[in-house]
Ligand binder design. Sequence first.
Ligand SMILES: Cc1ncc(COP(=O)(O)O)c(C=O)c1O
Length: 470
Amino acid sequence: MIDDKISNAQLAEGEENVTSNYAPPEPYLRRSADACLYERDGGGRAWVDGMGAYSAANVGNRNLRAMGAGIAGLVRTTVLARSRRSPELALAGKEVERFFGQDLMLLPMNTGCEAIEGAAVLAKLAFNRHPRFEEKREQLESEGKTPRAIYCRENFHGRSLWAKSASAEPAYKEPFKPLTMEAEMGLVDYGDVSALEEEFKKGDVYAFVVEPIQGEGGIKVPPPEYFQNVKALCDQHNVLLVMDEVQTGFGRTGTPLAQQQFGVKADITSFGKSASAGLWPVSGALAKKEYGELLKPGEHGSTFGGAPASMALMRAAMRELEDRDACRLSKENGTWFRDELIAMCTELPDVVEVRGMGLMIGIELKGEAGVVCERLRKSPFTYRGKKMEGFWTNDAHSKVIRISPPLIVDRDLLRASLYSFAQALGHPNPEQYRAGDLERPYSPSELMNGVADETKYYGGRVRRFMEEVL
Ligand SMILES: Cc1ncc(COP(=O)(O)O)c(C=O)c1O
């Protein structure tokens, strides 16, 4: 076991050879399972995983079905060049229509960043080739104007140079200037339809790229009618609607895609993160068929995108989301938890707002959220007789506490963790949130500490899920 073989001091030495683009606090986390993070094998400190690996672990950490599907996929074949034919990719294509809706084509990629960049590639191609844009193309050409895509301030589309160009956040982009694509990009405030209309009226816009809920920007939920108005405006001005669902997709807000709850269908959509149920990078862009079929061999691609094991994994992630009823859980537990937090925060002068959709919740503070997140991580509570160290999450956009645990989190664990929130937020009477010890003892899959023969327990279940694929 890694605990026995290598000390923390040796690990710290190794970290000196790793770039410090993240700054995680102590301790090293050697294990995770379902909605919890653990310091070490078979014992030690445990926390609620309040961030679900930035929404990559929607169906829980160390998801067994995903492990089974991933291993089974690898047993068949590992990476297969996309210039070879894979049944797994064809099967994934079939599932895409069933899971996300009709009339969609999949461009498979790996990370979220590649997915939204793939979506941007498809949008550009659509503008350059689709007859719908012929008149606009000719008009702009004759005027010598560059076609533009519009983005929202406080967006987050990943860390590629393209995404940095589209960002409005100086910390993400200033160190990397010059960013040559900026000339093709415009920015408007999120939620502001009039500002968008002003940009569209200039006649040079071919796409609007937007997150259904801004995640890294501070869990910002737009006004209820926003996307209906945006879609109508896009249709009126012949502009493609591109939605980045890398964070909101795969059930995070209570439906496979968040746009389904806003009653719109984007022309092109990106997804990622939980598309592999948290095992390894799997992502993609979904395009309406009339746009997807414009992409010809050799024009875009990725060595690992659409690899057979990744596609087996993506299908398992979809099935797992459905079998565990994770969308319903996200909606019900998310609404319940948000309401509890709203009630708790009404008396707290430092809280500006509690908002969100499903289990994507933000608590906006007047002060720095990072300090409160640190307190949350260190505010212990009891869950079925077991001491939990706290609720471990990060801030989003410095003022907002981000709450996005795995969707399969036990409601009792959320209820018990309210004591952490009451302590960390400085509630005058935190004791009222101390949950009574619950009768039902915790099961091994909920809290793995105490599992006598873990390898046997998990091994047997992973093998069962492998059989679904093999
Ligand atoms: C909306 C959105 N798009 C893109 C990305 C980038 O995803 P990745 O980090 O997998 O490249 C993220 C990551 O948080 C995201 O939230």
